[in-house]
Design a protein around this ligand. Structure first.
Ligand code: AMP
Length: 281
């Protein structure tokens, strides 16, 4: 796998791929790669494209007191894992490379969407996400970019940004990859202690309970939330920030659940914040 640390190196690799007539598929990540990321790489490759993955822990999307400094990082391990999959170029810029003036005066914001759910608990988070993704899209100029359903609100915001700001890129959203017991893979899972790791499965159990009740004929969204919350409450070490049934395009609270309604959840386990979601079927 080729490496690029600077914009200039990236540009030159992109130019090379374009001259060779390749399409470009892009997968932005914050690294500390796991199978969830690797499946996004596979999916990018399936677009018959030159695959560019970025690894950048974006300071702009972390609030004060959040875990920017302590976010798990391992550049060598990441390069090794990317090498095992169909990644053609790994873009690993330093903070100064993407923010030469120390930050960004101009932000991409999405009022009404970025302040819902996670945005309520992480003010400014999605402004940072949208801004860095917009920058990366300008630098990489991908034909297609792949994101994970695990970060449902992020994927929705990026789809909206691309439509509303006329980015010429297709957004492909890949299903959530889970551990055998159902816990969604996340770079932050390494922080879970042994008992926290066992408790963390409660998020998935709660989502499954809502799905079962829905399949059993419960279509009142408020009832589904209650059922899921009751399952979460069985594991007091898991402290929910929110658990909501929402409309998939607007994130408005659903009143009547239907196929496509999303149950979204964020919870703190020990010191670690975990999110997950399930699209009702
Ligand atoms: P991150 O490195 O956590 O910022 O994630 C980078 C990309 O990987 C995002 O599009 C995430 O939605 C996606 N991702 C993270 N975890 C998973 C997972 N368990 N399954 C599928 N995609 C994931």
């Amino acid at each position: 796998v080729k490496r690029a640390h600077t914009r200039a190196e990236l540009r030159s690799a992109v130019r090379g791929a374009r001259q060779a007539g390749r399409r470009i598929a892009f997968v932005p990540t914050m690294g500390f790669l796991h199978e969830g990321h690797l499946r996004l790489f596979d999916r990018a490759a399936a677009h018959d494209a030159f695959v560019i993955a970025s690894i950048f822990v974006n300071p702009l999307q972390f609030g004060p007191g959040e875990d920017f400094e302590h976010y798990p990082r391992d550049a060598e391990r990441d390069a090794e894992l990317a090498r095992g999959r169909a990644v053609d170029l790994l873009f690993t810029p330093g903070v100064g490379e993407l923010y030469p003036s120390g930050g960004s005066r101009v932000l991409v914001v999405a009022p009404g969407l970025s302040d819902r759910l996670c945005g309520e608990f992480r003010p400014g988070h999605f402004d940072g996400v949208l801004t860095v993704v917009a920058k990366l899209f300008h630098l990489v100029e991908p034909d297609v970019a792949v994101f994970g359903q695990k970060d449902m609100q992020q994927a929705l915001l990026i789809r909206r940004m691309v439509v509303d700001l006329d980015f010429d890129v297709e957004i492909d959203v890949a299903p959530t990859v889970r551990e055998v017991d159902g816990l969604a893979l996340s770079s932050r899972n390494v922080r879970l202690g042994e008992s926290e790791r066992r408790d963390a499965v409660a998020l998935h159990d709660a989502l499954q309970a809502a799905q079962s009740a829905f399949a059993g004929g419960e279509h009142d969204a408020g009832q589904l939330e209650k059922i899921a919350l009751a399952v979460l409450a069985r594991t007091p070490a898991v402290r929910p920030q929110y658990l909501e049934a929402v409309e998939p395009e607007t994130l408005e609270r659903a009143r009547t659940a239907r196929a496509g309604t999303v149950i979204a959840i964020a919870a703190i386990v020990g010191g670690t914040r975990l999110i997950d979601n399930h699209v009702l079927t």
